[in-house]
Design a protein around this ligand. Structure first.
Ligand SMILES: [Zn+2]
Length: 218
């Protein structure tokens, strides 16, 4: 992702937020639909070794800071799920395949989607207005407390707060739960990075994490 210029990445902010792209010229102002799903990956630093066990990045902390600094905070704030993926070790390669296959996961996703469409009058969680989102995602007391505490600790923006709520609602749907519980908030929070800098020079955002680490689980 940081191989694109910061200007190109930041031009995605508007369509990511509104699902539309506006083109303004002297005599005309046109909006086009632009609803899409963004999936992106980045290395921790340009040489790709920052944070890897036993391998030192040749250019030190500066390498990670410069590289990650190409992706702006407001842009990252619009990405709902951010996951650090440690390098695969030879021991990982020897592990048996995951117990749950693609077909089982697809069925689980379809069920979660059907559940939200039914509850939200035909709208998926991703497209809910903020007002309806707050209504259908109200967490239990423990979840609410955790969310407020984490919002302060992580320095969540108002946008970040609502994005956590939205992801938590979907996690609850995947688990077949009517209410959003503390566990769902905790998991949604684990997919967001603290606003105050990138964690110890190791963040990468890729597709899956084998070892999710979550400071909010207890
Ligand atoms: Zn490096």
């Amino acid at each position: 992702m940081p191989e694109f210029t910061p200007q190109v990445l930041d031009s995605l902010r508007q369509p990511l937020e509104t699902g539309e792209i506006s083109v303004a010229r002297a005599n005309a102002h046109v909006s086009y639909p632009a609803r899409f799903q963004l999936i992106a990956a980045m290395n921790p630093c340009r040489c790709g070794t920052a944070g890897a066990d036993g391998i030192a990045c040749r250019r030190g902390a500066r390498c990670a800071a410069d590289y990650q600094g190409r992706v702006s905070g407001p842009f990252m704030d619009r990405i709902d799920i951010q996951i650090d993926v440690p390098a695969v070790t030879p021991a990982d390669l020897a592990l048996p395949p995951a117990a749950e296959g693609t077909a089982e996961i697809a069925a689980r996703v379809a069920a979660a989607r059907a559940r939200q469409m039914e509850r939200n009058d035909g709208v998926v969680n991703a497209a809910l207005s903020q007002v309806v989102l707050e209504k259908v995602s109200a967490p239990d007391a423990g979840g609410q407390k955790l969310l407020i505490q984490a919002a302060e600790t992580l320095g969540l923006t108002a946008r970040g707060y609502h994005r956590v709520l939205r992801v938590a609602r979907t996690l609850a749907d995947l688990a077949g739960s009517e209410q959003v519980h503390r566990l769902h908030i905790a998991e949604a929070l684990s997919h967001r990075r603290a606003r105050t800098g990138l964690v110890s020079g190791v963040p990468t955002a890729k597709f899956v994490s084998r070892t999710p680490r979550n400071p909010f689980y207890s």
